[in-house]
Design a binder for this molecule. Sequence first.
Ligand code: AMP
Length: 176
Amino acid sequence: MTVGAEWLEDHIRDIPDFPKPGVVFKDITPLLGDPKAFRGAVDALAGHFDGHRVDKVLGIEARGFIVAAPVAYGFGAGFVPVRKAGKLPWEIEREEYTLEYGNDLLEIHRDAVAPGERALIVDDVLATGGTAAATVRLVEKLGGVVVGLGFIIELEFLGGRKQIPGYDTAALVTYR
Ligand code: AMP
């Protein structure tokens, strides 16, 4: 199914001052709850990487999980959760990334991506790019190869792509 960016955008809700003053939160729950929009977004993200070998699809906690899992299923690939600190039960690799105020940690299980495996990274929003760049570093620490990164939304004015130069990056709806 092919869906246009403008039509998808109609299923994204702006929530001003959430979770804190000054931030406009992009709420994708209307998109997820609409059968045509959900399927269309998943198909469009997967479609961008059509023809590539994908062994693992990584979803970034928490909304990334929702989109990454059906993309993985479609590719016949495995799904890998990339989680906030302290959530994964086994041995981990960890990367720090910068937030607006301070730093945070992302973690992955050490055996989640094997050396040489090809990994696609999926999240709901590309904002400043810190989260995406940390996830790229996690894949490469494990010896994996990043096929590319897919997002439903890109906040282009925050310049996130500069943090992931040279990687094939797809976004379905771009806010300039
Ligand atoms: P960043 O590391 O700045 O690119 O932030 C990306 C992460 O933060 C993603 O996992 C998003 O889910 C979340 N995020 C950042 N900004 C927003 C926003 N305006 N609306 C919704 N989620 C956001």
